[in-house]
Design a protein around this ligand. Structure first.
Ligand SMILES: Nc1ncnc2c1ncn2[C@@H]1O[C@H](COP(=O)(O)OP(=O)(O)O)[C@@H](O)[C@H]1O
Ligand SMILES: [Mg+2]
Length: 230
């Protein structure tokens, strides 16, 4: 399906393979989903509200069980997948730094004791992510005093600091102004390229999505249609 020229390394194993998956809760929302996600992909998921885009993301993340078929993950379930929910999932009373460090913690062994904070060799990831997203000067401020766009940068920094192989983002460009979109997308793209990872983003701004994605998945009539591959 995707005949873009890829290097041997990227060609090896898909990061995720959905095998004839039915996505939904009690009733199927999207059926016969049979797709692979390769390293380097930036995939935009488009479709009207309520059609099942968020549920598809949650199914890929392993948060919702497929009604049939199965999801084959080629990445570590812990730390390998970074999920940026539509409602950001930040702790508003904690500082920007603490929130971003939570992303770093996700990539640590689950046995790493919380009272030790973040190990030295990992501390740089949080700092670097905050600098890349232009929020380092806000590091000690509680998240609740930041604007919507700044909070979105914090959520992005948290995910970038986790260094996941797969980023799943739910309408996260939505309320950003143009400058923010540039910074956020540049940083995310850089993270994806340097770590040879991939991203699936649900986006209702079609124009924006088409600019940043190399693949478009449109959800239509309970099916996933691949519209663009480049
Ligand atoms: N936890 C849930 N249990 C049952 N139905 C749900 C749940 N979450 C969402 N839905 C329903 O699934 C449908 C698709 O929702 P969603 O995936 O959020 O759509 P989209 O992201 O495309 O707007 C909606 O009708 C919604 O009400
Ligand atoms: Mg949604």
């Amino acid at each position: 399906m995707n005949d873009t020229v890829r290097t041997g390394l990227e060609m090896s194993e898909p990061l995720v393979h959905l095998h004839d998956v039915a996505v939904g809760y009690d009733q199927p929302l999207i059926e016969e989903v049979d797709v692979e996600i390769q390293a380097g992909d930036v995939i935009a998921v488009l479709g009207p509200s309520g059609i099942g885009k968020t549920t598809l993301l949650r199914t890929i993340a392993g948060l919702v069980k497929p009604l049939s078929g199965h999801v084959e993950l080629g990445v570590a379930p812990r730390g390998g997948v970074g999920y940026i929910p539509q409602r950001l999932g930040l702790v508003s009373n904690l500082s920007v730094r603490s929130n971003v460090e939570m992303g770093v913690r996700v990539s640590l062994s689950k046995w790493y004791p919380p009272f030790l904070g973040v190990p030295k060799d990992h501390q740089g990831y949080a700092q670097q992510a905050m600098e890349d997203l232009g929020i380092a000067h806000l590091a000690d401020h509680p998240v609740r005093i930041l604007s919507g766009g700044q909070q979105r940068r914090v959520a992005t920094a948290k995910t970038v600091a986790q260094r996941p192989k797969l980023v799943l983002a739910d309408e996260f460009l939505g309320e950003l102004d143009d400058d923010n979109v540039d910074v956020v997308m540049r940083t995310v793209r850089h993270a994806i390229e340097s770590q040879n990872s991939a991203m699936v983003m649900v986006e209702h701004h079609e124009e924006l999505a088409t600019q940043v994605a190399n693949r478009i998945w449109r959800i239509k009539d309970h099916r996933l249609v691949e519209e663009l591959t480049r």
